[in-house]
Design a protein around this ligand. Sequence first.
Ligand code: CA
Length: 447
Amino acid sequence: MTRACLIGLALAAATPAPAADPARPNVVVIVADDLGYADVGFQGCKDIPTPHLDALAGGGVVCTGGYVSHPFCSPTRAGLMTGRYQHRFGHENNPAWLPDDKAVGLPLDQVTLADALKKAGYRTGAVGKWHLGAHPAFHPNRRGFDDYFGLLGGGHQYFDHNRFKTDPDRARQEYFIPLVRNEKPVEEAAYLTDALGREAAAFVEAHRKGPFFLYLAFNAPHTPLQAPEKYLARVKDLKDEKLRTYAAMVCGLDDAVGAVAAKLREHGLDRNTLIFFLSDNGGPVAVTNCRNTPLRGAKGQLYEGGVRVPFVVSWPDRLKPGRFDHPVSSLDIFPTALAAGGGEAPKGLDGVDLVPHLQGKAAGLADRTLFWRTGGGQSFAARKGPLKYVRVGKQPAELYDLAADAAEAADLAGKRPEAVAALGKELDAWNAALVEPRWQNPTPKKK
Ligand code: CA
């Protein structure tokens, strides 16, 4: 036997067969919370500096028709995490903070993206806001994530994380509960967004050999409006105090994304990592003075300002930088990530693998119909091509041509009754396959 063969045998014996194809990309899903459509540089914002997000967008594909499947927090996350319209399994409202209730949270029979990628050999980590149920059965560690750090409820204080010890606020208890690392409460000194960026970068560092899946869900810039001086200083020219604080929180988010991007670059992982960035819903304009310009409406509504969000897909090894104008959905993240990761898709996914579309090798998104429903049927919307159908309560259906009227200012329903009828029929068929909401939105108790 030759020396080369011996060395080969020795290597073969010492090195177990790789569990995963080294060419498989890492997957990072970054979710902002209540970020306005017009409040990052790559969306045209001039008064909030977001250099790291802009760099991500500049190296990726900006999806100008990026939608979430719900106009508020938890249902969007349920859809993203399962790749299915969350109405199919009753997750249509925010879950109250009920640690003893095993019925209020992402139903346990639903397969999460973390479950699927873990099965495919990925190391899975979640950092940040969970908001998919308070009972221990819904904990990220039991929904496919090997590692978790963050806030389990729908929001949190950004400073003074240990205040729960002395000042439990029963009105919004989840905002004051301890942060956790996996299932252990932790005391944290840093501004929360900084802590999330630090933890996300540490996850990349620890699992740099890959492949890994990181779900980085900021609670910023959701209320409470709290920001440290170092970020406030960057937006000091904004006169409105609410907007200034909100903008400073966006700066913090941008820095945290920058920390993850720098870590990926440091280890040469930036080109073969598939990154999504989006907000979980449109900006709540009246609450934080954020901007959804030029879109109509805000968080909670099915006009564009509630469901159309900043949306970037970056994978430099596979996707040329640019923009993509056909509608894409947060429901597409699951099938896209799973196709990239080589995992087995569970049945019943609603989205599509975006990669061939973003590469210009597949068609079909131009006339795909996207659907929305809130309140178990209080409001409905659908988008197909440039047409958007909206029905609010008992009011007649409205119709907009988004190609000519992104602001949904001119209702065309009277002029195009055939289009209203056709979209209404599609909506009814979609709605017929849904279930009732399993729970109602919590109403905050008075102090
Ligand atoms: Ca939100």
